[in-house]
Design a protein around this ligand. Structure first.
Ligand code: FMN
Length: 200
């Protein structure tokens, strides 16, 4: 059985630094013989709003077709790669909605007498984000840990991914070509450093 990477991409542009990040991450996966599935949430026109019918479906243990498709890809993957710009110190709404609708109670986690348990164990995750602010500005305002806390720990570790590696690339609009290249190399190195999936 081949090892699978699922790439969740959430940038509305057509030629952003995130496109370069995903291309380099995909190339690094393919070099390791990992099959890549790319989900460009904007191109898919993913419906991100968790509506009353989503809640009713969860209670009835049913899943809508668009969510079922995403859950199947998550279930099958060994490595989850995410790439998104930081907006208002969080993920873009389309990705927040993907978390809300796809990583549901009963699929991604469940509550036990001892507390919540992640159900997506045996999988690794790499998270690549970008900010306009510099590392120093974020640190001064106390924002430097927010995405790690909210998304890496609060979502991905919570549902069982281990390890979850988060790299933020700061001041992206102001980078030189050499600085961009150094960051893209870090993307490749991060993928290369992931523990070899058990199924290889
Ligand atoms: C709606 C919106 C909110 C943003 N919020 C933040 C923010 O909270 N912190 C920050 O450093 N940059 C913020 N930015 C800037 C983006 O993070 C930055 O432009 C992006 O990471 C660089 O990628 P891009 O130029 O390819 O979009 C925001 C941009 C938009 C459009």
């Amino acid at each position: 059985m081949s090892v699978k990477a699922l790439m969740i991409f959430a940038h509305p542009g057509e030629n952003s630094f995130h496109h370069a990040i995903m291309q380099r991450a995909a190339a690094a996966c393919e070099r390791r013989g990992i099959a890549v599935t790319l989900r460009n949430l904007y191109q898919l026109n993913f419906q991100p709003v968790f509506r009353a019918q989503d809640m009713q479906r969860i209670e009835a243990k049913q899943v809508s077709p668009d969510v079922a498709e995403e859950q199947q890809l998550v279930r099958e993957c060994d490595l989850l790669v995410m790439s998104f710009p930081v907006w208002w110190w969080g993920p873009p709404a389309i990705l927040k909605g993907w978390f809300d609708r796809v990583l549901t109670n009963g699929f991604a986690f469940r509550y036990t007498e001892k507390g919540p348990v992640g159900l997506l164990r045996g999988k690794q995750a790499a998270l690549f984000t970008t900010t306009r602010e510099s590392q120093q500005e974020m640190k001064a305002d106390g924002y430097d840990w927010l995405i790690t806390q909210q998304v890496a720990k609060g979502v991905l570790s919570f549902v069982g991914f281990d390890p979850v590696i988060h790299k933020n690339f700061a001041e992206v609009p102001y980078l030189s070509a050499a600085e961009r290249e150094r960051m893209l190399q870090e993307v490749e190195d991060t993928i290369a450093s992931m523990r070899r999936p058990l199924r290889v």
